[in-house]
Design a protein around this ligand. Structure first.
Ligand SMILES: O=c1ccn([C@@H]2O[C@H](COP(=O)(O)O)[C@@H](O)[C@H]2O)c(=O)[nH]1
Length: 271
């Protein structure tokens, strides 16, 4: 999906919500454990109940890799289900990859060609030759970790290196890479006060913003400092939506949580 198509979907649905599909078998309703593929059964129910309220889904691959082959198969079934039934939905593989060039190429093939995701998250710290193999896929987006939502972001990302915070160096340097127009960036909702500075460096890029809900980030603050005239934000919530209930009504409960965020987004878009 192109950036233009993503923006069209945001306006059509009056939503820039991304729902995180971080499936933990200890947290899903017990009756689903009797299914052949409980992870996919859970995802399918959540997707069917929420797809009109969001523009994107973001499975974090850790939650699939943890279950070995069955987990990877569930991930494949989930992305196939989305691409077949809801092609208007933007898909993000939150895999945080990045390695020497030939290895990055194989990661890019795995997520873009084999699985068919629209985008993948990538760590920037191995530099240009570790990220450009992802950017070589011109129809896809590469989402670079810039300023993450966790406390550990202050260990390195905000450290001053040669007079400038490291995350700012990442933003500025990444703009010089081949096909950098296909970059998006991860900025945690818990770091909303940094968004003003971030927008000075990358005014036009889309930001994937996790950390609303369970991690305490505030939607209004993120929009105040991070929204641009193309919206430019995908706000992710995972646990806050998908684990709204552990009972038979879990899908409906997730839709209610997603709807709460969508209504707030609609009000912000109308301002
Ligand atoms: O800086 C980051 C980067 C990625 N994440 C991921 O987003 C979701 C957040 O889940 P919640 O349940 O809504 O807290 C999860 O997959 C993280 O690994 C992040 O939180 N922060």
């Amino acid at each position: 999906m192109t950036t233009t198509q993503l923006i069209e979907q945001i306006h059509k649905k009056r939503s820039f919500l991304c729902i995180g599909l971080d499936v933990d078998l200890n947290k899903i309703p017990k009756h689903l454990l009797e299914e052949d593929d409980p992870i996919f059964a859970f995802n399918k129910a959540i997707i069917d109940a929420t797809h009109q309220l969001c523009v994107a889904y973001k499975p974090n691959t850790a939650f699939y890799e943890a279950y070995g082959l069955k987990g990877w198969e569930a991930l494949e079934k989930t992305i196939n289900y989305l691409n077949t039934n809801y092609p208007e939905i933007y898909t993000i593989a939150d895999a945080k990859r990045g390695d020497i060039g030939n290895t990055s190429t194989m990661y890019a093939k795995a997520f873009f060609e084999d699985l068919g995701f629209d985008s993948v998250t990538v760590a920037p710290y191995m530099g240009k030759d570790s990220v450009e193999p992802f950017l070589a896929f011109k129809e896809k987006h590469t989402i670079l970790l810039a300023l993450t939502s966790n406390q550990g972001a202050f260990d390195f990302q905000t450290e001053i290196v040669e007079g400038k915070e490291l995350y700012k160096q990442v933003l500025e340097t990444s703009k010089t890479w081949t096909n950098s127009q296909n970059l998006m960036y991860v900025v945690g909702a818990t770091k909303a006060e940094y968004l003003g500075d971030i927008r000075k460096i990358i005014p036009d890029s889309f930001l994937l913003v996790p950390g609303v809900g369970a991690q305490g980030g505030n939607l209004q603050d993120v929009c105040k400092y991070g929204m641009n005239d193309q919206v430019g934000l995908l706000i992710n919530s995972s646990r806050g939506i998908i684990y709204a209930s552990q009972n038979g009504d879990f899908a409906q409960a997730s839709a209610e949580k997603a709807s709460e965020l969508q209504r707030q987004m609609e009000a912000i878009l109308l301002q």
